[in-house]
Design a protein around this ligand. Structure first.
Ligand code: SAH
Length: 222
């Protein structure tokens, strides 16, 4: 592990700098988020064979037909969730741990992350990478994120990394008043990144952002 943490050395430092520059050119403004992306080693979350491509702005395969989201999407979703450098989130629910990269980013920016994954071997790998990075403010659940995580609700933020055809009602119910849900919604090829803010018990504000391509949000577990 130590070897892969240091791994690609200077190359990774230079390419990381380039990634941050690109993200700010693409409109990411929150400096706390940019700093976190600069210091988080994305290459440890992908297979060694792909590590040299870890800082390119592409999604990469992580096995089991899943992908690690491209850096721009991770940055954009994080920026939609954490509305400003002053916006402090205590509890955030993440659905689709996948490689654990987005989890690592969130764990450095909020008090606690609750992360659900439906594919057990992916969850196991993610847990070990996050442990190596000494990120301890994360609770993991193996299961179907469609039912949320009632034990710890309500959440100040919910971030979903897979696309359902419509927003699951349970997730809306598990948002705190003032809480924010960031989620790609739509059928394959026609997904849009949405931000839902809970205004009161029964009213929600919905904003639409980029067109995106995500793996489908599936029910049950594997
Ligand atoms: N943010 C992750 C994205 C991984 S891809 C990363 O950058 O690595 C999306 C993940 O969502 C996959 O691991 C997939 O198994 C998971 N997923 C899809 N539907 C889910 C559901 N209903 N509950 C939990 N996880 C789900």
């Amino acid at each position: 592990m130590v070897q892969s943490l240091q791994g690609i050395g200077m190359t990774s430092l230079r390419t990381r700098e380039r990634m941050i520059k690109r993200l700010s050119e693409q409109g990411i403004k929150n400096t706390k988020i940019l700093e976190t992306l600069r210091s988080t080693p994305r290459h440890i979350f992908v297979d060694e064979a792909l590590a040299s491509r870890a800082y390119e702005d592409v999604a990469l395969p992580i096995g089991y037909n899943q992908t690690i989201s491209q850096p721009y999407i991770v940055a954009k979703m994080t920026e939609l969730l954490i509305k400003s450098p002053q916006h402090h989130l205590k509890k955030v629910l993440e659905i689709g741990t996948g490689s654990g990269y987005q989890t690592a980013v969130l764990a450095q920016l909020v008090d606690h992350v609750y992360s659900i994954e439906r594919i057990l071997p992916l969850q196991r790998k993610a847990k070990s990478y996050l442990w190596d990075l000494k990120l301890k403010n994360i609770s993991f659940m193996y299961g179907d994120g469609g039912v949320g995580w009632a034990d710890y609700a309500p959440f100040d933020g919910i971030l979903v990394s897979a696309a359902p055809s419509q927003i699951p009602n349970t997730l809306l119910q598990q948002l705190a008043i003032g809480g924010v849900l960031v989620i790609p919604v739509g059928m394959a090829g026609k997904q849009v990144l949405q931000r839902v803010t809970r205004i009161s018990d029964d009213s929600y504000d919905i904003e639409q952002f980029d067109s995106v391509i995500f793996v489908p949000f599936l029910s049950g577990k594997e």
